[in-house]
Design a protein around this ligand. Sequence first.
Ligand code: G3P
Length: 220
Amino acid sequence: MKFFIDTANLDQIKEAQDLGVLDGVTTNPSLMAKEGITGDANVIAHYKAICAIVDDNVSAEVISTTYDEIIKEGEALAKLDPKIVVKVPMIKDGVKAIKYLSSKGIRTNCTLIFSAGQALLAAKAGATYVSPFLGRLDDISTDGLQLIEDIRLIFDNYGYPTQILAASIRGPLHIVNCAKLGADVITGPLSAITALLKHPLTDSGLAQFLADHKKASEAK
Ligand code: G3P
C-alpha cells in the first residue's frame, strides 16, 4: 500500500519523507491556498520544491474546466518534472482529457470521486489513480468505506489497472480500514499517518523495559 501525504506544506512533506514511508504527495487548490501559494509562477515553483523532496507521485491539480484548457495546463504541469501526476476533476471534459493525457503517457489522478460509477468511468478513460473522498462522504452520513469496497470489486472484476487512491482521510482508522479493503494508496494529513505509531501499551511497555534495564545496571 502506498502512503501519500495530502498537503502543500513543505515542512510536513519533509517530516513524512524523513520517516521513510512516503510514496508521494497530493495537493489541491485549497491546500495550495492554505500555504499562501498564489500566482502561476509561485505555484509552479512550489510544485518543483515538492518534487525535490519526494521520490515520485506529486499530484498537481489543474484549475481548468474545459477539454482544451485542461490538456494545455496538464501537459505544462507534466513537463515540470517526471514525478508530476496531473490531477483532473471528475467532469465530462475532465474524463475526455484523462483519455487524451493517458494516451500521451501522462499519469493522471481523477479527483472528486464520490460514486462507483464515476470511478468506473475514470478507469475506462485510463486514469492512473482515482481519488474517492471517503472523509467527505462520512461527513454527510454516507459510508465512505463502502465506496472503496465497491470500487475495489469493480476494478478487480475487470482487471482495471487504475489504482484506488483513498483520499479525504481523517485519521488512522481510515488508513487501516482502507488497507483491509485493498485500496492501493491512501492520502491523508501527517497527523493520520503518525497516529499509526501510537499505542498506550507500546509506551508503557517501553517505559518498563527501560526502567528494568536501568535497575539491573545499577544493581551491578
Ligand atoms: O486532496 C483531496 C482530498 O484528500 C481532500 O481532503 O480533508 O479536504 O476532505 P479533505
